[in-house]
Write a protein that binds this ligand. Sequence first.
Ligand SMILES: O=P(O)(O)OC[C@H]1O[C@H](OP(=O)(O)OP(=O)(O)O)[C@H](O)[C@@H]1O
Ligand SMILES: Nc1nc2[nH]cnc2c(=O)[nH]1
Length: 183
Amino acid sequence: MFNKLVESLEKCPIVKRGEYNYFIHPISDGVPIVEPELLREVAALMLRNLDLDHADKLVVAEAMGIHIGVALSLITDLPLTIVRKRKYELPGELPLHQTTGYSKGELYLNGIEEGDRVVIVDDVFSTGGTMKALLKGLEQKNAEVVDVLVVIKRGECDIGRPYKYLVEIDVDETGVNVIKKNY
Ligand SMILES: O=P(O)(O)OC[C@H]1O[C@H](OP(=O)(O)OP(=O)(O)O)[C@H](O)[C@@H]1O
Ligand SMILES: Nc1nc2[nH]cnc2c(=O)[nH]1
């Protein structure tokens, strides 16, 4: 039971993005194919690990927070907002600057009101740049972040608050090594 995430990570391919060893996995890329059993496992593990009792909304970042966020929303009945790379110019939209290990860009936060109690989930934590951008935006909106979880942690970074993760990995040119499993 609950062996699909680790097994699939241990056999996933690596490509170079500049100097960065980028692993390619269904949860973090949607390719080659997202098997329902894997998505169900990840959803069940997120549900077990997260503190959702006092949450009003889920927050995820485009693109690869979406499928895990939807899976969790369907189980918990919590509404979901997707922080998009596209600008909508809706009233209250907040632009955020995102820096990852291989890219920079803008994200746009919508759908959050002052006092909302939110849970953030994302697929991967590497430099922590995306998570820091989300936290900063939610702070600006005066939302309360009640819990944060990433499925796969591959780096160290102080994001100014505790966060949870399901697995921790090391990545080199030859592949992914799962070094910790929190379940
Ligand atoms: O900790 P960090 O260095 O910020 O990396 C983590 C982020 O990188 C990926 O997103 P990416 O911006 O590549 O977009 P995608 O989800 O559209 O692939 C991933 O989905 C995380 O959000
Ligand atoms: N798929 C994928 N997403 C990432 N986000 C940050 N690092 C990575 C990575 O190596 N692979």
